[in-house]
Design a protein around this ligand. Structure first.
Ligand code: PLP
Length: 400
């Protein structure tokens, strides 16, 4: 099955509306198998986890399957996979938990490139704990963060570095393994925002050196949930606020309230769907994921190069996505046109290309784009060459 095949696009019922979707970084479309898995879980007897009744055993199996699926996707120990409502919620929760271990005079480091979900929770926690915040800057000309930009902010007082594995605004992929090695040399922890990275990369949390890796299934064809992966041994050392009667085991003690079991089932289906897009059907799910993410990456990068080449022909267009290593996510601005006007005119043609700062507010300001940001083209496995032709022809007509 190639990525241009009808079979891939047929898997996504929403495509029958006829729109061309370049909005996946905000939330990808969902294949029917994922919607079916959510529906099936809701329609079957599911209550609380346990071993007495069929419903309890089914609920337990749904949870364990979802942890295993995320473990396979991220190369993480399933026993350290935490689910939450969103990455934002999980990050706020963990920031409060980690801050209990910080002392006045300690330091944390955040990055200007990041989505606000990996900045603001840490700033609030630092303020409450009396901890100093230091900033990693990126170069707006090259879009890059160099390892030295990080090491310059480290000291023996550093407790945590929060940084993205890929910018949802301009696609930059900082060199996380090298950065993680330096962070660990300084005796600190590294919290990696993998929300925008996970749909485009074969992730190996251990190889990356991330102590914490957060992502969101709704960005990779799954339901609206957040996931945080960490080594169970590290989670054992942490003491989150929780209800007294709820279990104190890891990872459960980090999951507040009754989980959205049906969305867990949908997450398993999404991982299974991704694994089915490439590789030898007899291979392990992890091996199939490696093959399919490589094939997806090639497909998306090929489309990205076509778009970049055409955008470069427009003298009024500035492309802001310039990093050597980047996701297929392009931010551009048009001289003399507001980003929202470009999006609105494309939207009127059923071509979904959103505009804004996409919550990467610090990055948008650092790029000189203020709060209005730019226009973002994001590619997904279901995008076709026809989608791209449609987009580029429309842009030629709009940007005269
Ligand atoms: C890079 C990045 N980090 C964090 C988030 C926040 O994720 P969630 O919506 O799961 O809180 C997003 C959402 O767009 C994102 O793109």
């Amino acid at each position: 099955m190639t990525f241009e095949s009808k079979a891939i696009r047929d898997a996504f019922p929403a495509l029958c509306e006829g729109a061309a979707h370049f909005d996946a970084p905000g939330g990808s479309l969902v294949p029917a198998v994922v919607a079916d898995a959510v529906r099936d879980a809701l329609a079957s007897a599911v209550c609380q986890r346990g071993s007495n009744t069929r419903a309890e055993r089914r609920t337990d199996a749904i949870v364990l399957a979802a942890r295993q699926a995320m473990g396979d996707l991220l190369g993480a120990d399933p026993a350290g996979v935490i689910f939450g409502r969103s990455m934002t919620q999980l990050t706020f929760d963990l920031s409060r938990t980690l801050a209990k271990t910080w002392r006045t005079g300690d330091e944390i480091v955040v990055s200007r490139l990041d989505h606000d979900a990996n900045i603001r929770p840490w700033l609030y926690a630092a303020q409450r704990a009396g901890v100093t915040v230091r900033w990693i800057e990126f170069d707006p000309e090259t879009s890059e963060i160099e390892v030295e930009d990080v090491t310059a902010q480290l000291s023996e007082r550093t407790r945590l570095v929060a940084i993205t594995a890929a910018s949802n605004l301009i696609g930059t992929r900082p060199p996380i393994p090298e950065i993680a090695a330096k962070v660990h040399e300084a005796g600190a922890l590294i919290y990696v925002d993998g929300v925008h990275n996970t749909p485009h990369a074969f992730v190996d949390v251990a190889e990356m050196g991330a102590d914490f890796y957060a992502c969101s299934p709704y960005k990779f064809c799954g339901p609206h949930l957040g996931v945080l992966a960490a080594a169970p041994s590290l989670l054992q050392t942490l003491d989150p606020d929780k209800l007294l009667p709820s279990v104190n085991t890891v990872p459960e003690r980090f999951e507040l309230g009754t989980p959205a079991f049906e969305l867990y089932a949908g997450t398993t289906a999404a991982v299974e769907f991704l694994a089915g897009l490439g590789g030898d059907p007899a291979a392990s799910r992890r091996a199939r994921l490696e093959a399919s993410l490589a094939a997806m990456g090639e497909h998306e990068d090929a489309l990205r190069r076509v778009i970049e080449a055409r955008l470069a022909q427009h003298p009024r267009v500035t492309a802001h996505s310039r990093a050597q290593s980047r996701t297929p996510t392009l931010l551009f601005t048009v001289e003399g046109m507001e980003p929202r006007e470009v999006s609105a005119r494309l939207g009127a043609l059923d071509i979904n290309v959103p505009s804004g700062n996409f919550y990467a507010l610090e990055a948008s300001r650092a790029l000189g784009l203020g709060d209005a940001g730019g226009v973002r083209i994001g590619l997904a496995p279901y995008n076709s060459a026809d989608d791209v032709d449609r987009l580029l022809d429309a842009l030629d007509a709009i940007i005269v």
